[in-house]
Design a protein around this ligand. Structure first.
Ligand SMILES: CC(C)(COP(=O)(O)OP(=O)(O)OC[C@H]1O[C@@H](n2cnc3c(N)ncnc32)[C@H](O)[C@@H]1OP(=O)(O)O)[C@@H](O)C(=O)NCCC(=O)NCCS
Length: 256
């Protein structure tokens, strides 16, 4: 992969009442062990490095460290003056990441898999969630188990059903992270009843609306070998800044 296509960083500014709020996104492909060590030393608190090193599973050690680095890099987009290694990210009782020693009311969302890692830093007044998954036929062993009959039918009707399954999956996981409960609640909470194409070129950016969780919506786009979704409040004037963000994302990764 070309170097410029391995990382994407952006600041999202949006109006809320009389204020302009800021969120930060950081997305990057997984590091080799040497780079992971160097970035961990640069971005992580010593206790986070200790926690990561304490995992017996190498896969979990790498995913934990990558996720923490992604979150710190996202915080750095919004607060460049805060030293990332001074902040600590704890795990809440539902598995959610929490910024421990941050005075300002900001939260983070994390996603990691074998190829991609993503961190999103957002104001707590505008809760958000992020998910990224590698698009592979192997995931078809899992995804249908969290889909309703209606959603399965939507997938079977599309030309690229593999991509569509991943669209639904990442949209649901992003929403689960935005509400902080993940899949600890019935899958029906995350039933998607509307998928729209949001861009001049069809199918590049898609928006999902939830039948029950109507206070949130998601935007999604493909990235190399993957699908990325962000969930955010539906009624907070976030559409335009989020669409611009996804256009930047799409252009970065899909330009020739
Ligand atoms: C939240 C959830 C959707 C994450 O999806 P995933 O595909 O496993 O993993 P991802 O890489 O996308 O995301 C992992 C990150 O999500 C975040 N996360 C986990 N639970 C979360 C929650 N309740 N709210 C917000 N974020 C959460 C964490 O930061 C985690 O990374 P970390 O553990 O390194 O800090 C999923 O783990 C879940 O719902 N779990 C709850 C269900 C469960 O554990 N059931 C057990 C009994 S069967």
């Amino acid at each position: 992969m070309e170097k410029s296509k391995r990382i994407f960083q952006s600041v999202i500014r949006f109006p809320l009442g009389n204020e302009t709020l800021t969120a930060g996104l950081d997305l990057f492909s997984s590091f080799n062990d040497e780079d992971l060590y160097n970035k961990s030393c640069r971005f992580l608190h010593p206790d986070e490095i200790k926690t990561g090193d304490g995992y017996v599973s190498d896969i979990r050690r790498r995913s934990f460290l990558h996720g923490r680095i992604a979150a710190k890099m996202a915080v750095n987009q919004v607060f460049p003056d805060i030293h990332p290694a001074d902040l600590q990210i704890e795990t809440g009782c539902f598995g959610e990441p929490l910024l421990k020693n941050m005075v300002l009311p900001y939260g983070i969302s994390i996603a990691h898999n074998d190829l991609w890692n993503a961190g999103l830093c957002f104001p707590l007044s505008v809760p958000m969630g992020i998910d990224v998954e590698t698009i592979t036929g192997k995931n078809l062993a899992i995804i249908p188990s969290i889909l309703s009959d209606y959603e399965k039918e939507m997938c079977s009707r599309t030309e690229n059903s593999l991509e569509f399954y991943h669209l639904l999956w990442t949209a649901k996981e992003a929403a689960g992270k935005a509400i902080g409960l993940g899949f600890r609640v019935p899958a029906a909470w995350y039933e998607i009843d509307l998928i729209e194409s949001i861009s001049t070129k069809p199918y590049l950016i898609r928006q999902c609306r939830f039948k029950q969780l109507s206070v949130f919506k998601t935007l999604s786009t493909t990235i190399p070998q993957g699908m990325l979704s962000i969930a955010f409040p539906a009624e907070k004037n976030l559409d335009q800044p989020m669409i611009s963000l996804f256009e930047q994302l799409f252009n970065r990764f899909n330009s020739v």
